[in-house]
Design a protein. Structure first.
Length: 150
């Protein structure tokens, strides 16, 4: 039976992962989602309620990168990302981790660099990119999307 990836097998492949501080922290980190986060779902529901139709988590393949925006309006070439404050280093709410800095600092920096790369690549390809922080109130988030699609 094939072995499922674990922290140990990933570490053996040259990618060291820090041990969780405790089981509660480990459970919390496992519960983080790539898609369908609460702020993303809330925004999608409101856009749908207002009559906007979109694709969620739709791949966009460009020359340099492959991108999966949270919300995509393909006909209007609008890509919407709902960025988490921790994972994308929000200037207002993002904070530096206090444990395992050797792991988290470069990882979060790579996230920010990838965000820039993705935004630049999409804009060069003629897409309008909307990035919304998870803490932005829903009416402001909806307005930002509406301005981009109209």
């Amino acid at each position: 039976m094939p072995e499922t990836p674990s922290s140990e097998s990933k570490a053996a492949k040259g990618k060291p992962y820090p041990a969780a501080a405790n089981e509660g922290r480990s459970r919390n980190m496992r519960a983080n989602r790539r898609t369908d986060t609460k702020p993303e779902v809330t925004l999608r529901k409101e856009l749908y309620r207002l009559g906007y139709r979109y694709r969620k988590d739709r791949p966009i393949v460009l020359d340099q990168v492959r991108v999966r925006p949270d919300i995509v309006f393909p006909g209007r070439k609008v890509a919407v990302f709902v960025d988490g404050c921790f994972w994308h280093v929000c200037p207002e709410h993002g904070r530096q981790p206090t444990s395992n800095e050797w792991y988290w600092t470069p990882k979060l920096r790579r996230n920010v660099d990838r965000d820039r790369l993705v935004t630049d690549a999409l804009e060069e390809a003629g897409w309008h990119v909307v990035r919304i922080w998870e803490h932005v109130p829903l009416p402001e988030a909806v307005l930002a999307v509406e301005e981009a699609i109209t």
